[in-house]
Design a protein around this ligand. Structure first.
Ligand SMILES: NC(=O)c1ccc[n+]([C@@H]2O[C@H](COP(=O)([O-])OP(=O)(O)OC[C@H]3O[C@@H](n4cnc5c(N)ncnc54)[C@H](OP(=O)(O)O)[C@@H]3O)[C@@H](O)[C@H]2O)c1
Length: 320
């Protein structure tokens, strides 16, 4: 089998031959497409917990087994509790071999028939981002039709999926971004309005202009988090799944408790949520946005594109 294998921390990706490391019940599936996530980058930099070598990257993928195409649930060992993962929880692409390879060893319960309205690349980029967006927006923040939703940093891969899910579920959705062109794209996709999160005091000014928000989805944290609190309605639900901007400073407890704000932290989601996310995409014919598709030999270029501030949507790799 040919795969991209991480041979040492901070190494670039190199082509290598590896074994599949089979477990009982695994089906050998042909990888058709892989999707990239920031996690793949963090692992190459040695900046991810639990790195074990050798490591074949790739949490997202579309595979084929006996002529049928499947989206793969990247969860391993979520465990019995629905609210939190077990201590044995891992995500495909570390420990369990990832999708940057010609084949994957997969348990049948992790395979979900590709929704027929999706292209191969659209299906391949869905799993990790879709699951994260689903838990944050639907399970935790319990978004309802008519809710006023703010997606902070629409350029994020997960943020864009959360945006599409919220629109499908009938919410009134607004976005923030550092990029005027991404704001325009979001409005073309159904956002009611957009604001630049680099503007001073944007949380207050946006609330004054368009009204407050019942649900806010964030992956940045950092200094700008206070703007999310200012933009919140009473009783707002804030779902946070990333920390791109680091520590949250200047957060006044008074703002949180007087406004009765709920903050939900989440990572990935359980296996039932994965199934529910696929059903949602199927039911509303949601089409995840693909920024660029690269060939297997261009994996380093694909990684650079994923890190580029220009990208809008997720990056895919055509494997075979
Ligand atoms: N917990 C989990 O299960 C989970 C799953 C996936 C990802 N994550 C984490 O979540 C974060 C985002 O992941 P991703 O894959 O969506 O990454 P990504 O596609 O690279 O997202 C980066 C985006 O963050 C936005 N951003 C940057 N600074 C911001 C700020 N100050 N305020 C608001 N938005 C800001 C930018 O949006 P604009 O371009 O619009 O300015 C940028 O495009 C990463 O830290 C990742 O590790 C966690």
């Amino acid at each position: 089998m040919i795969a991209y294998q991480l041979t040492e921390l901070k190494a670039s990706l190199v082509r290598n031959e590896v074994a599949l490391n089979l477990e009982e019940g695994d089906l050998i599936c042909k990888n058709l497409y892989a999707g990239l996530n920031r996690r793949d980058h963090w692992i190459t930099q040695g900046l991810y917990p639990g790195i074990e070598l050798p490591c074949i990257l790739g949490s997202d993928g579309l595979v084929e087994y006996e002529g049928v195409k499947y989206v793969m649930n990247p969860n391993e060992n979520w465990g019995d509790r629905l609210d939190i993962p077990s201590s044995k929880y891992t995500i495909r692409g570390l420990q369990k071999q990832g999708t940057f390879a010609s084949e994957s060893a997969v348990q049948s319960k992790k395979l979900f028939k590709k929704p027929s309205h999706l292209s191969d690349a659209e299906a391949a980029i869905l799993p990790l981002g879709g699951l994260t967006a689903y838990r944050a927006l639907v399970s935790n923040c319990k978004v309802q039709a008519g809710d006023r939703v703010l997606i902070n940093g629409i350029g994020g891969g997960v943020a864009l999926l959360a945006f599409q899910f919220a629109i499908a579920l009938g919410a009134e959705v607004y976005v923030s971004s550092s990029s005027p062109s991404k704001m325009e794209k979001a409005i073309a996709l159904g956002a009611k309005d957009a604001i630049n999160y680099r503007d001073e005091q944007w949380g207050k000014s946006f609330k004054k202009k368009v009204g407050g928000f019942d649900v806010i989805i964030d992956s940045a944290g950092g200094e700008g988090f206070i703007d999310l609190i200012h933009a919140s309605n009473m009783g707002a639900r804030i779902g946070i799944f990333g920390g791109t901007r680091g520590y949250i400073n200047k957060l006044s407890p008074q703002h949180l408790f007087f406004k009765q704000i709920h903050i939900f932290g989440s990572t990935m989601g359980n296996d039932q949520e994965f199934a529910d996310m696929i059903d949602l995409v199927d039911k509303y014919e949601i089409k995840p946005i693909v920024d660029t598709v690269y060939s297997f030999d261009e994996v380093n270029e694909a990684m650079q594109r994923m890190l580029s501030p220009e990208k809008f949507g997720k990056v895919a790799i055509k494997i075979s």
